[in-house]
Design a protein around this ligand. Structure first.
Ligand SMILES: NC(=O)c1ccc[n+]([C@@H]2O[C@H](COP(=O)([O-])OP(=O)(O)OC[C@H]3O[C@@H](n4cnc5c(N)ncnc54)[C@H](O)[C@@H]3O)[C@@H](O)[C@H]2O)c1
Length: 252
């Protein structure tokens, strides 16, 4: 009788950025539970999870360079490229300071981490899987979310270019576009919408959950399960794709 291969990350080395956040922490837990050796990084001094942790501020040139050196030492087979920040503003009020912060973390640091990981994989002659965190916001602009949407569109584009460049090295590159996922990021997002749309705190979060075709916000574990699929050999023939984990919010 046919027996499907189990999903197993034993012998793999995974790096997770933004590991203290909702989705990052779930990815660390899932990768570790499936046997991977996990390295985690975020901006906070300490980390509570099943991983070897180092703190880096990826918006800072020295912090980013130190993170890149660390990646060269770790030689990961799996990258969960997840650190990002959110802020709001329309083209009439989203200024260049906000542009520099959002593009600094969500695109510049994202790209540098992906590039260092790819170089380490190629130098070690290792196959690998790179998983980039995009967003439903990367598939469609929003009046009040100009810069963040643009950063996530860039993630989707870099995922495609990197996948094509790295395919000859047996390195797969895919992205996940979460919809609305109940994480610490949503406290800030909800507070910003309360300000911009003149709503009571908590109302926007309730509204976006109710509007999802499946009827509720996703959990970090929903995203981590897709990450496990992309990290494992279950997705061996898949590259250059962006998967929506959004309860049906975006139809492609
Ligand atoms: N939660 C959602 O609804 C949602 C929706 C779509 C996409 N996403 C994306 O999923 C990913 C994870 O989101 P989340 O909801 O878990 O967010 P989160 O805010 O809980 O986690 C993000 C993590 O990135 C870290 N980070 C931010 N700036 C950093 C810096 N300069 N240096 C190092 N680390 C830094 C933060 O400290 C934080 O722990 C992000 O890429 C986000 O854009 C989330």
């Amino acid at each position: 009788m046919f027996k499907p291969a189990p999903t197993d990350l034993t012998g793999k080395t995974a790096l997770v950025t933004g590991a203290s956040g909702g989705i990052g922490a779930a990815a660390v837990a899932h990768f570790a539970a499936l046997g991977a050796t996990v390295y985690a990084t975020d901006i906070a001094d300490s980390f509570d999870g099943d991983a070897t942790y180092r703190a880096f501020n990826l918006l800072d040139n020295a912090g980013l360079a130190a993170a890149q050196d660390w990646i060269a030492d770790i030689q990961p087979n799996i990258l969960f490229n997840n650190a990002a920040i959110f802020d709001m503003g329309s083209v009439l009020d989203a200024d260049l300071d906000q542009f520099d912060r959002l593009f600094g973390v969500n695109v510049r640091a994202f790209y540098a981490v992906m590039q260092s990981t790819a170089k380490a994989m190629v130098a070690a002659g290792k196959s690998g899987s790179i998983i980039n965190l995009a967003s439903q916001a990367g598939h469609r602009g929003e009046a009040l979310v100009a810069h963040y949407c643009a950063t996530k569109a860039a993630v989707i584009s870099y995922t495609q270019s990197a996948a094509l460049a790295l395919a000859p090295h047996k390195i797969r590159v895919n992205a996940i576009s979460p919809g609305v996922i109940d994480t610490p990021m949503w406290k800030d997002v909800d507070a910003l919408f309360a300000k911009f749309e003149n709503k009571p705190l908590g109302q926007k979060k309730q509204e976006v959950g109710d509007a999802v075709p499946l009827g509720y916000m996703g959990s970090p574990d929903d995203v981590a399960r897709a990450a496990v699929f992309l990290a494992s050999d279950q997705s061996a023939y898949m590259t250059a794709q962006t998967i929506g984990i959004d309860g049906g919010n975006v139809l492609r």
